[in-house]
Ligand binder design. Structure first.
Ligand code: DAT
Ligand code: MG
Length: 150
């Protein structure tokens, strides 16, 4: 089953949107397999956003993600990566589809509330960066066969 890392970033936490974001992912049928509420270190932030190191917005991005606690989670399900990206919406809130989290709660690209892995490979890599193997919880959900075809 695909895995994807989801972060409710500092603005989402400060605005009391952890529950709303979890609600939307649960409602969609995705399955929570790990969660922790942490204040991200500069070191972890730099590893997580290493791909953006040379971008002009990089310093602001590191400052933002380390400015207050985040809710880090791993969600699983068929096509979990694409499904979660869709639920979050496009990076720039003014381009995000109506009904998506970034559309419904955001205005600015630098305050876009959430992170979600952008590929199956990065879903695996980011899960391993943020969580130890023993923090991932394998569990059977009674409703699984009514949500997952396989
Ligand atoms: P996403 O978070 O949708 O995967 P990304 O990986 O391209 O987007 O960028 C990571 C974060 O960096 C993004 O959520 C917000 C910030 N960011 C991206 N492009 C930016 C820009 N042009 N100006 C300011 N911040 C930007
Ligand atoms: Mg990204």
């Amino acid at each position: 089953m695909e895995k994807t890392l989801v972060l409710v970033k500092p603005d989402g936490v400060q605005r009391g949107l952890i529950g709303e974001i979890i609600r939307r992912l649960e409602q969609r049928g995705l399955k929570l397999i790990a969660a922790k509420f942490i204040w991200v270190s500069k070191e972890l932030a730099e590893k997580h956003y290493a791909i953006h190191k040379d971008k002009p917005f990089y310093d602001g991005l590191i400052e933002y993600i380390t400015s207050a606690p985040v809710m880090a989670m791993v969600w699983s399900g068929p096509n979990a990566v694409a499904a979660v990206r869709q639920t979050m919406g496009a990076t720039r809130p003014t381009e995000a589809a109506p009904g998506s989290v970034r559309h419904d709660f955001g205005l600015e690209i630098g305050r876009n509330l959430t992170h979600a892995s952008d590929s199956v490979e990065n879903g695996e890599k980011e899960t391993a960066l943020w969580f130890r193997p023993e923090e991932l919880v394998e569990w059977n959900r009674a409703l699984d066969s009514w949500i997952f075809e396989q």
